[in-house]
Design a protein around this ligand. Structure first.
Ligand code: DGL
Length: 270
């Protein structure tokens, strides 16, 4: 595996909490992030449109930054397009898929909720995951495209009460359904993790894929560089961690806000 940064791709800013989690675990790496602002949101597109968009996005990131691996930090793109991406690019990929398996084993009353985009909820991949790993559970899926748009476009200018109120509306469905475990199966929702925890309370487990994804990245890097696992070894590749966006100028101020909040330089248009 060549030297180079660890790349993240998503339809927008959803994957940033995954980058932050991975960076805490593997601080010796350089990170680059591509937000497909031009094609946001993925969750309401057809599978072909999603695959075309994420393939073009990955191609640009690979050309610009030569990442040593790419994290598809988007459940929607991972469940729809991961196989195609792996076939197209000679770079290792790590996908982010709904954490149904850990949720099923954590759930005491065997009642699990999955909060995701329309595309993920309707897809075969999720059905198959549930069949294979949550056979003994009641699993209810909730499409929440509005919440994805809220996170991408509005959340940055909302106060704590507005954020809490937005989460409260989704959480009502979980409570009414009597679920004790909830999977945040769209990366955007991790930006509201604190609000979900406060709203659902200690009796409801909230599950995501950050730990599994970071461990998988560490494993791949360790295999590629003789066991350093990104903890030092060959040293951190030069350059700042960077957030790129697609689309045209001017770039909305919120991307500079998100870049700064996550300790990234805004790299402009990819
Ligand atoms: N962040 C993406 C996910 O994890 C999807 C958001 C979108 O609809 O674009 O599913």
């Amino acid at each position: 595996m060549a030297e180079g940064p660890v790349g993240f791709v998503d339809s927008g800013i959803g994957g940033l909490p995954y980058l932050a989690f991975t960076r805490r675990m593997l601080p010796g790496e350089r990170y680059v992030y591509a937000a497909d602002r031009e094609n946001f949101p993925y969750g309401e597109k057809t599978p072909k449109e999603i695959t075309d968009a994420v393939t073009a996005l990955t191609a640009r990131l690979v050309e610009r930054e030569h990442p040593r691996l790419v994290v598809v930090a988007c459940n929607t793109a991972s469940v729809v397009s991961l196989a195609e991406l792996r076939a197209r690019f000679p770079v290792p990929f790590v996908g982010v898929v709904p954490a149904v398996k850990p949720a099923a084993s954590l759930s005491r009353r065997k009642s699990v909720g999955v909060l995701a985009t329309q595309r993920t909820v309707e897809g075969e991949y999720l059905r198959d995951l549930i069949e294979r790993h949550a056979g003994g559970c009641r699993v209810e899926s909730f499409p929440a495209g509005d919440l994805v748009s809220f996170v991408e476009r509005e959340m940055h200018r909302c106060g704590p009460e507005e954020r809490a109120e937005r989460v409260r509306r989704e959480a009502r469905g979980f409570r009414d359904a009597g679920l004790d475990t909830v999977v945040l199966a769209c990366t955007h929702f991790l930006h509201l993790e604190v609000e979900f925890r406060a709203e659902l309370g200690a009796g409801v487990e909230i599950v995501d894929s950050r730990g599994g994804v970071a461990r998988q990245i560490a494993r791949l890097l360790a295999e590629g560089r003789g066991g350093s696992g990104g903890q030092g070894g060959a040293g951190r590749p030069a350059g700042r961690d960077t957030l790129y966006v697609t689309g045209s100028l001017p770039v909305e101020d919120r991307y500079a806000f998100f870049a700064e909040s996550f300790g990234l330089a805004l790299g402009g248009i990819l």
